[in-house]
Design a protein around this ligand. Structure first.
Ligand SMILES: NC(=O)c1ccc[n+]([C@@H]2O[C@H](COP(=O)([O-])OP(=O)(O)OC[C@H]3O[C@@H](n4cnc5c(N)ncnc54)[C@H](OP(=O)(O)O)[C@@H]3O)[C@@H](O)[C@H]2O)c1
Length: 480
């Protein structure tokens, strides 16, 4: 790809330059203000776009290429935002960390305002009596946790109809897709035969969720409880790229308030969760639920989940940070020494506890393992299983940064995608007492208390768990 740098970095030339780069890499050109990640840009293409821009800039000597961070494309997910940032850098402006943090928290607050002020939340019309038993609408059941929640709901005879709502499964069809996910997760496939189950495909952002009017009316009449689980679990994309999830949360609040039945502490300061677009998007969704709870009769239960890990059959999605760290370590030839705790919950345990928590009178509950193990305990065992030495994290991260700067490795090493996420560990001192790689200390006392003995009786992670994860990831061809 040979693209000439712009003569000058004025608005028009920079925009045209970025359009050319994005168009060439993606082989299609989204509109200037459209999110490229919502239009199919993957991590490999994001790396190409960044490298193509870098190459041209180094050649032009007009912008200090070192000022372009590795998450540059994720942090500026439209053609216009990329061009604006380049223009800003060309004019000599480099953003300080404080400026970036201020801009990010302003963006979060602006998004809360956008989804709470206008239109106002609808008035809730209560029915005379609540239908029994409760019927549940659960989103994202084609995912890991959602499929376990679905199995749990179908396994509990006291629960009424279960509406599993997902985006389109394409040609495969939702029935075959859901079945394949149950098989992958080692769940009881016969549960899907339940007459209480309705598998629905739609889009929460469309009128009547993109369903037939009769189907949507049935949901309005029957649903008494919504479990909103669908979300893009991606630690690279920015808050702006996750806006469709915020809009979907608002759409579900409006839905819950339109049904005839009423369906650990708020974090008010956005600075507490700054860093990942993912955590920022969850904070925004929480504030919108808070606003709905204070202005309407909606009673949300917000379950903040810690890290989930593979369950009885060891299934753990390769794109998550820990499997990614394992594969990256195989490519780098060593595992990093990580301090801190692993309060990871097996996904089947999490699903069971979530279903039981959903009726809680508490607004916030933290679902993390009450008996964490040192992350180094897990890594020591991984070191034996994968025959890899453990090296200081700084050394490991340095090797990853080198890989990220080499085009061939950047494309094949999955850790490059999570470079900025791993950098947070490099920047976090005092990891010993904390959850590894997550800066916020989480207290789960309330959740432990309301779960009865269920959380306290969870078995700590063992070598057996680690072995199951490795076997699963090797069977999938992800680990060698
Ligand atoms: N995994 C963890 O350790 C962890 C930790 C804390 C919190 N959580 C939370 O738990 C929930 C489920 O996570 P998971 O690990 O089970 O994730 P997952 O396996 O990736 O499943 C995500 C689900 O959301 C759906 N989804 C993703 N993007 C969507 C979009 N743009 N529109 C509609 N549906 C979309 C997926 O549909 P497709 O199947 O069509 O892609 C899938 O059904 C999320 O809210 C996540 O934030 C997870």
């Amino acid at each position: 790809m040979h693209i000439l740098p712009p003569e000058t970095f004025d608005t028009v030339s920079t925009l045209s330059f970025v359009r050319t780069v994005v168009g060439e890499v993606m082989a299609l050109l989204p509109g200037d203000d459209q999110d490229i990640f919502q239009h199919g840009c993957d991590s490999l293409q994001a790396t190409w776009i960044r490298n193509s821009i870098l190459r041209v800039l180094i050649a032009s000597k007009k912008i200090d290429a070192k000022a372009i961070p590795s998450n540059f494309v994720y942090a500026h997910p439209t053609v216009r935002l990329l061009a604006d940032m380049l223009e800003h850098l060309a004019s000599g402006g480099a953003s300080s960390r404080l400026e970036v943090a201020a801009r990010r928290s302003e963006d979060m607050i602006r998004m809360v305002t956008k989804y709470t002020l206008s239109p106002a939340f609808p008035n809730h019309v209560l029915a005379q009596s609540e239908p029994q038993p409760e019927s549940v609408l659960v989103t994202g059941t084609t995912g890991v946790l959602g499929s376990h929640i679905l199995a749990e709901l179908l396994g509990q005879p006291g629960i009424g109809n279960v509406y599993a709502f997902n985006r389109s499964s394409g040609a495969l069809g939702i029935h075959a897709h859901q079945r394949a996910v149950f098989e992958r997760e080692g769940l009881n496939v016969s549960l899907l035969e339940s007459p209480r189950l309705r598998l629905l495909e739609g889009d929460l952002l469309r009128q009547e969720f993109g369903l037939q009017t009769t189907e949507f009316d049935m949901l309005l009449r029957d649903v008494t409880w919504v479990v909103h689980n669908a979300w893009q679990v991606n630690f690279s994309v920015s808050l702006a790229s996750l806006e469709p999830h915020i809009a979907a949360t608002r759409a579900l609040i409006d839905f819950a308030l339109s049904t005839p039945v009423a369906l650990e502490q708020q974090i008010t300061d956005p600075h507490t969760v700054l860093g990942l677009g993912y955590t920022e998007s969850k904070w925004v969704a929480e504030q919108i639920l808070e606003a709905a709870a204070s202005q309407t009769t909606l009673k949300p239960v917000i379950i903040r989940l810690g890290q989930l890990c593979g369950a009885s059959n060891g299934a753990w999605k390769a794109t998550e940070w820990f499997p990614t760290l394992l594969r990256t370590s195989q490519l780098l030839g060593a595992l990093p020494i990580l301090h801190g705790k692993a309060s990871w919950v097996r996904v089947n345990d999490a699903a069971r506890i979530i279903v039981n928590m959903s009726n809680s009178a508490e607004r916030y509950l933290h679902l993390t393992h009450p008996h964490p193990v040192p992350t180094l305990f897990v890594l020591n065992h991984m070191s034996q299983l994968l025959s890899l030495p453990l090296i200081p994290f700084a050394e490991w991260f340095c090797a990853l940064e080198v890989a990220a700067s080499e085009e061939a490795n950047a494309a094949t090493n999955p850790g490059v995608r999570l470079l900025e996420f791993f950098r947070t560990y490099a920047n976090t001192e005092d990891q010993i007492e904390r959850e590894t790689l997550f800066p916020v200390v989480v207290d789960n006392a309330k959740a432990v208390q309301i779960s009865g003995s269920v959380m306290n009786e969870l078995m700590p992670l063992s070598n057996e768990d680690a072995e199951k994860w490795v076997v699963h990831l090797q069977q999938k061809g992800y680990l060698v």
